[in-house]
Write a protein that binds this ligand. Structure first.
Ligand SMILES: Nc1nc2c(ncn2[C@@H]2O[C@H](COP(=O)(O)OP(=O)(O)O)[C@@H](O)[C@H]2O)c(=O)[nH]1
Ligand SMILES: [Mg+2]
Length: 328
């Protein structure tokens, strides 16, 4: 997973504590009696603590992904969830602090050689380093919060995807399990309680990912707030086609007119190709509808193969993967 590499981001206090502890160990390693050992010991305290701080900060920055290299889908979600600009600024501050601490160490080691009281200079260096660390604590906290959020992003592979949409109880989950066999994996998704469920199937030796989106593409867009809309919009950056399922028997409890309305909204909202399937063709209440592309029954399996063939064609026709996975 893209954000897995990011470890817990420590606070300033935790880092200072670690650095100063290591520094005192470095000092005790150097207390052999003799001329110049006091100086050496104080010097190694400064250098050790500066290295610990500086390296830890640099590692924090390094473990965050390069946002410019993220697939667009993840970039959009990360931006909605934590704000990429804020993240970039915090990373820049941490990077700055990492360099600054090195400068302080160098400066004070030089100063120490010209003084008879190296311990005082070392204390001064510690004070400056602690103050730099204090100034970036808010950034470290922001990065840790971001890390905790980003880790929960769904594991959506950069592969051909079919996004299943439609009102509740139209048969979305039934469709996903009938085409993917085993029970799908559930991946958390921003602003949904149920997450997205993801299964796979193969067609002509190629793997396709089927994604059910309970809570996302299952009610009117007009009921959505801005952030939910963005979370939905991120889907359009997948290499995907949408399967919009209509319950043409209306046994789901939603009128065909309302379902068609949502279909129109989804059409307006996405540039992705959309296939419209009328489900529950096995039921006597089933209506033949002129605005759908195909009739299916997930209960009997009627029409399912044809739907998959058509979706695979649509994805192929929308161009190459590279096109859709364009980096920003
Ligand atoms: N008769 C019939 N019932 C179906 C069909 N597809 C789904 N259902 C039923 O419709 C209900 C809702 O299905 P589900 O897949 O959970 O819908 P979702 O909420 O869109 O995921 C369930 O009771 C299914 O058994 C179908 O093709 N025919
Ligand atoms: Mg469902």
């Amino acid at each position: 997973m893209i954000f897995e590499k990011i470890h817990t981001v420590p606070t300033s206090d935790e880092l200072i504590d670690k650095a100063f502890k290591r520094a005192s160990r470095a000092k005790s390693g150097k207390t052999i009696i003799g001329r110049g050992t006091a100086l050496k010991a104080e010097e190694s305290m400064i250098l050790t603590s500066a290295n610990v701080l500086s390296d830890n900060l640099a590692n924090i920055v390094r473990r965050f992904p390069d946002f410019d290299q993220l697939p667009r889908f993840y970039y959009e979600l990360a931006d909605i969830l934590v704000g990429i600009d804020k993240l970039r600024m915090s990373l820049a501050s941490v990077d700055w602090a990492s360099g600054k601490i090195h400068d302080i160490a160098r400066e004070h080691v030089g100063k120490m050689r010209k003084t008879r009281q190296p311990a005082l200079v070392r204390k001064e260096a510690f004070g400056r380093m602690a103050s730099i660390m204090g100034s970036i604590n808010k950034n470290l906290i922001l990065l840790n919060d971001a890390r905790n959020v980003l880790r929960k992003l769904p594991e959506v592979n950069d592969e051909h995807t079919i996004v299943v949409a439609g009102y509740p109880n139209v048969g979305k989950s039934s469709f996903v399990s009938s085409v993917t066999g085993a029970s799908p994996e559930i991946a958390p998704y921003p602003f949904t309680t149920k997450g997205v469920s993801i299964g796979h199937f193969f067609r002509n030796d190629e793997r396709y990912q089927v994604m059910d989106t309970p809570g996302l593409l299952d009610r009117a867009m007009s009921e959505r707030n801005e952030i939910e809309l963005q979370a939905i919009t991120a889907l359009k950056y997948l290499d995907a086609a949408v399967l919009f399922i209509i319950d043409a028997s209306e046994t789901c409890g939603y009128l065909i007119a309302d379902q068609k309305h949502m279909l129109d909204e989804v059409r307006q909202h996405f540039e992705l190709p959309i296939l419209v399937a009328a489900n529950k063709s096995d039921l006597p209440e089933f209506h033949q509808l002129d605005f759908v592309d195909m009739n299916i029954s997930t209960a009997t399996g009627d029409g399912i193969d044809e739907v998959l063939d058509r979706l695979v064609e649509m994805i192929r026709d929308t161009g190459s993967m590279d096109n859709k996975l364009e980096k920003i």
